[in-house]
Design a protein around this ligand. Structure first.
Ligand SMILES: Nc1ncnc2c1ncn2[C@@H]1O[C@H](COP(=O)(O)OP(=O)(O)O)[C@@H](O)[C@H]1O
Ligand SMILES: [Mg+2]
Length: 434
């Protein structure tokens, strides 16, 4: 082989414009690691001679990747993707490069695409990262991360009415199960939280578990649907089982809208079965859900499947609005509690942040802290956070709920026949500046 390579090298030197010959050389070099950087140079020459040479470019993606030049592989691969239908093998390499660069979403999307084209093109590293792939390595129970949250309701600013509702609807029935049974009142069903991002849906669900010292399992539905192509039903069953085994437990489903969403053909064909599986798990058909509190959340309630609204399922569907003035004061106080601050005018800050979510307020504090750290690094003396610094941070971060309301407003105005968007409509009516 080496002799052959040396011969070909001479031939290429003799006729440097001959692309065919150079590609022949590269193909010989490609399997051997020590020739990779040489192969890379030849491929670059080929690309200069023949801009549209797809084979050369695809090979170069691989050769970059094998030399751990991941960002080069990604730049070239993305460029290829835009222009050509590239081979699944190159797609697989590109998703490995994404994985190496921790760009998980792109890695997963592309890997999924590869598996759809050719289910046997599995890759160990990608399977491991996404727990996807061959039917043998389903996770057993215990693979879903069971948390024991430390936060409780008092860590959540505002949302008092919703806390009361959760208390009444899911905490009390759990604590007084026999009393409920004595009156023949059925326990179960779930609560569904919806609203703009960053306003505390996940945080509140976690705090619910903390409040009653229960376990907490956080499942992002899109992950189940994406990672377990064709096996989502089994996965749904596994998470419910995990929650039942660890009762009392709050089982939190984020992006619950994903069940009804039809974002790809793949999802469409899985759709009905997955929804049915979910509903029968929720209804406790498969096994008793005693001690399992199901909370769902979505930022896009307009994509919800109507089947979820039926009694005994998510029969409480609650709007989680952005914090009002008093709540913003409370949240700012909560988040600044353990930080070095000097006399903060909380009301002033709250007034300057209409419609800002809890997450937005957290972001502002982060920005202010960064600026303090920066000057502390120069002067060597750490300064406390001030109202002024926080105001400057506010100027740099705009509210992220506004875009959400722009969309929500359309639904509340034009698609509210059955009143399911009344809460949003009310909020908009009370806030003329949205
Ligand atoms: N009402 C609130 N009280 C305290 N912190 C909040 C509140 N709302 C949001 N946050 C903060 O913002 C972060 C993001 O909120 P999250 O619950 O993930 O939003 P959502 O699930 O509604 O998109 C939380 O981790 C929390 O620190
Ligand atoms: Mg969330």
């Amino acid at each position: 082989m080496r002799e052959e390579i040396e011969e070909l090298k001479k031939a290429v030197e003799a006729s440097p414009e001959n692309v065919y010959l150079r590609m022949l050389l590269v193909r010989k070099m490609r399997p051997i690691d020590e020739y990779l950087s040489e192969a890379e140079q030849h491929l670059e020459t080929v690309m200069q001679l023949e801009k549209g040479n797809k084979e050369a470019r695809e090979m170069l993606v691989e050769i970059f990747f094998r030399q751990q030049k991941n960002s080069a592989a990604i730049v070239l691969g993305e460029d290829l993707l835009e222009q050509f239908e590239i081979s699944p093998a190159t797609k697989l390499i590109l998703s490995r490069a994404y994985l190496a660069e921790q760009d998980m979403e792109k890695a997963r999307d592309l890997y999924q695409e590869v598996l759809m084209i050719n289910p046997s093109m599995t890759d160990e590293a990608l399977d491991h990262a996404f727990r996807l792939g061959s039917a043998q390595d389903y996770p057993d129970e215990g693979d879903y991360l069971l948390e024991k949250p430390k936060i409780t309701f008092k860590d959540v600013g505002g949302l008092e009415e919703i806390k009361r509702e959760i208390d009444l609807k899911i905490i009390k029935p759990l604590e007084h199960a026999d009393l409920y049974a004595a009156y023949g009142k059925k326990v179960g069903g779930g609560i569904l939280l919806y609203g703009p991002p960053g306003c505390g849906k996940t945080y509140l669900a976690r705090a619910t578990a903390g409040e009653i010292n229960a376990g907490f399992i956080n499942v992002t539905l899109n992950d189940i649907l994406d990672m377990w192509v064709g096996n989502s039903e089994k996965q749904l069953n596994a998470v419910f089982e995990e929650a039942r085994d660890n009762a009392p437990c709050v089982l939190f489903f984020d992006e619950i809208d994903a069940l009804g969403a039809k974002r790809s053909d793949l999802r469409q064909s899985a759709g009905k079965n997955v929804i049915n599986q979910f509903l029968s798990e929720l209804d406790g058909v498969e096994a008793s859900n005693e001690g399992v509190l199901v909370i769902g959340a979505t930022n896009v309630p307009w994509h919800l499947d109507p089947a979820f609204r039926r009694p005994g399922r998510f029969d409480r569907i609650i709007f989680v609005p952005p914090p009002d003035l008093e709540n913003r004061i409370e949240i700012l106080k909560l988040k600044l509690e353990e930080k070095p601050v000097s006399k903060i005018d909380y009301r002033k800050l709250a007034k300057a942040t209409p419609h800002y979510s809890g997450a937005d307020l957290e972001a502002i504090i982060d920005i202010a802290i960064e600026s303090v750290l920066e000057s502390a690094m120069q002067t060597g003396t750490p300064e406390p956070l001030t109202t002024d610094l926080l105001q400057k941070a506010i100027a740099k971060h705009r509210s992220t709920t506004i875009d959400w309301f722009t969309t929500a407003k359309n639904y509340a105005t034009f698609a509210n026949q059955s009143g399911q968007y009344d809460a949003i409509a009310d909020y908009i009516k009370k806030h003329k500046d949205i």
